[in-house]
Ligand binder design. Structure first.
Ligand code: IMP
Ligand code: MG
Length: 187
């Protein structure tokens, strides 16, 4: 039976298990290890959502690498994007001349990742690629490709494994998605 969770009055069902996430991360890391062999990329995690994904991904990376973080404004407490992105914490690392890999938890509208791309490109990296654990299907507002994608998912609100609902439930080990209409249903 599907595992259900009730959060803030909405019902969520288990969608991507810990085991599925772990397996997919190993596959993504294997590709990155091969693609960046002999180089020393800087992984840039986009806070807050990407912190768990980045920490699991990085432990599957076997080449030399560095890490930095970047913080953007979030959805606040809502389930849909405000459509505005603000920089809350800038990078500390020197981007110029380096191979940069931006690590995102999820690309929804694409606004955040497009904003991130603009900021990093200004600093003249040697190369710039993107990895996102999740990509919501549809028409993200981006005119470039996400190089490494964990899972393509429907346009439903999802939580857990770093993704929050009003700042909570980031600590769930699996990813859960809101059930149709978000309403409670018989178990
Ligand atoms: P954007 O719409 O692509 O700009 O998404 C921006 C950010 O919103 C993502 O990096 C996530 O941190 C957050 N986000 C997008 N979709 C969801 C979701 O379904 N659940 C929780 N957070 C989300
Ligand atoms: Mg994010």
């Amino acid at each position: 039976m599907t595992e259900l969770l009730k959060i803030n009055g909405d019902m969520f069902e288990k969608f991507i298990s810990e085991e599925q996430i772990r397996g997919r991360i190993k596959e993504l890391a294997a590709r990155i290890n091969a693609d960046y062999s002999g180089r020393i990329p800087i992984f840039i995690g986009v806070l807050n959502g990407a912190f768990i994904f980045l920490s699991d991904l990085i432990r599957e990376i076997s080449i030399d690498c560095e890490i930095d973080f970047f913080k953007l404004s979030s959805y606040g407490d809502a389930k849909i994007s405000s459509g505005q992105v603000k920089l809350l914490k800038d990078l500390d690392c020197q981007v110029s001349g380096r191979d940069i890999i931006v690590v995102e938890d999820i690309v929804d509208s694409g606004l955040s990742i497009a904003f991130t791309k603009k900021i990093i490109e200004k600093e003249n990296p040697k190369s710039l690629k993107f990895v996102s654990l999740l990509l919501k299907k549809g028409i993200p507002k981006i005119d470039f490709t996400i190089d490494y994608i964990g899972f393509e998912i429907p346009r439903d609100f999802v939580i857990g494994y770093g993704l929050d609902y009003a700042q909570k439930v980031r600590n769930l080990k699996s990813i859960y998605r809101i059930t149709p209409h978000g309403t409670a249903r018989p178990e």
